[in-house]
Ligand binder design. Structure first.
Ligand SMILES: Cc1ncc(COP(=O)(O)O)c(C=O)c1O
Length: 402
């Protein structure tokens, strides 16, 4: 009963994980500002700001656009349970753990869900989805733009075409891609798009930004039965985030402050510049990894998700030992693989605040040390050297094109 618990003093890590990512000091400061009530007139203005910024980042004018008080999985749950009723038919494109999660959640809403799969490391071919939906009345097609478990990017345009042909709504998980990868919700006619606060937006975990098209709202209005989840019923949740600002639940106010500041940072940088920064830093990272003789899980460069690079653990090297050494000796956290590729890959995240040249170079140097300690021979400085050359070439090319 007398056990003393000391003051909280977490280590300062560089989180090069597939989320959460490290965050900008401005975001910490916003989070530590005084709490106000969720019905305070001042806070209502702060909610307006948050929604303006979310619409800019999603590139949408959708009325239903808000941060759900939930992690990214809440975004999956809300998208699925608001659209599907028992008996509805759905297709989910599955190429990893998170798209599998959407499939699993959909099967709890209706018994008629078709899973269309691709091997880990590849996107699901939209043609396979077209074939699976032929002759059926498909209500939704779901996919992850960025499959974090494997580092695969899926091109949305082909899916929109298939969804149009099948008369289905298109649901896109952008938890690992929003604010890092080109996305235009209105132009690409995505019906429900959701994300997570903790990845390329670089706010703390706990909020799931979501946006809903007028076509999806129409589907909500025409439901035969109420959404089985009271908390994730988007129509009633929007009574709080809509013009009436009616109480629905108490939102995580300090997280909304943090999200607002993180999104201000995104828009100060500019979406295009941010997408380019993520692309460039991943290219430099890959150049460094390849110069160290390492192989990537995703073979086709066009399929690589700029925020998460999946690196094959070389033979004779202990996956966990490298990750532990990076953490203990360099304060750098990376992630391992899940499911069938557990122990076979490392996942290196360069998301939002973490997608920076100094962090790429530091990581490559630290990884070289960990590999050498396990007798994996790397030409001295090969990774850092290749990454530096990649940056220099890109800078020269940019200067020439100016
Ligand atoms: C693509 C994707 N979808 C969904 C999730 C689930 O998000 P959360 O862990 O925040 O619930 C994640 C988490 O990593 C993800 O990467």
């Amino acid at each position: 009963m007398t056990q003393h618990i000391g003051e909280l003093n977490p280590p300062v890590r560089l989180m090069l994980t597939p989320g959460p990512s490290s965050i900008d000091p401005r975001v910490y400061r916003a989070m530590a500002t005084p709490l106000v009530g969720h019905m305070d007139p001042w806070f209502k203005g702060c909610m307006d700001d948050t929604q303006v910024l979310l619409r800019q980042i999603f590139q949408t004018e959708n009325r239903i656009t808000m941060p759900l008080s939930a992690s990214g999985s809440g975004g999956i749950e809300a998208s699925v349970v608001n659209t599907l009723e028992e008996g509805d038919e759905a297709i989910v494109a599955v190429n990893g753990v998170f798209s599998e999660r959407m499939y699993e959640i959909a099967t709890r809403a209706t018994s008629k869900v078709t899973k269309v799969e691709a091997p880990y490391g590849k996107p699901v071919d939209a043609e396979d989805v077209r074939r699976a939906g032929k002759g059926k009345k498909i209500k939704i097609i779901g996919l992850a733009q960025g499959e974090t478990s494997t580092g695969v990017l899926t091109n949305i345009a082909a899916y929109r075409k298939v969804a149009d042909e099948l008369g289905a709504l298109l649901i896109v998980d952008t938890v690992a891609s929003l604010a890092a990868v080109p996305l235009h919700v209105d132009r690409e006619r995505i019906d429900i798009c959701f994300s997570g606060s903790q990845k390329a937006i670089s706010a703390p975990p706990g909020m799931s930004p979501i946006t809903v098209s007028p076509a999806a709202e129409e589907v909500f209005r025409n439901r035969k039965i109420k959404v089985q989840s009271w908390y994730f019923d988007l129509t009633t949740a929007m009574n709080y985030w809509g013009k009436d600002r009616l109480y629905h639940h108490t939102p995580p106010i300090s997280l909304i402050f943090a999200l607002r500041e993180a999104m201000r940072l995104v828009m100060e940088e500019g979406l295009e510049a941010r997408w380019e920064r993520h692309r460039m830093n991943q290219l430099a990272l890959i150049a460094g990894l390849e110069a160290m003789g390492l192989k990537l899980l995703v073979e086709n460069p066009a399929d690589r998700l700029p925020t998460v690079t999946a690196v094959m653990v070389p033979g004779g090297v202990d996956d966990a030992k490298v990750r532990n050494q990076l953490l203990d000796e360099f304060n750098i956290e990376i992630a391992g693989g899940f499911g069938p590729i557990k122990g076979k890959i490392w996942r290196v995240g360069l998301m939002g605040y973490c997608s920076q040249k100094p962090f790429v170079l530091l990581f490559l140097a630290a990884l070289e040390k960990c590999l050498l300690d396990q007798a994996y021979r790397v030409p001295s400085g090969a990774g850092v050297g290749a990454a530096i050359r990649n940056y220099s070439n890109a800078e020269t090319a940019t200067a020439v094109s100016r």
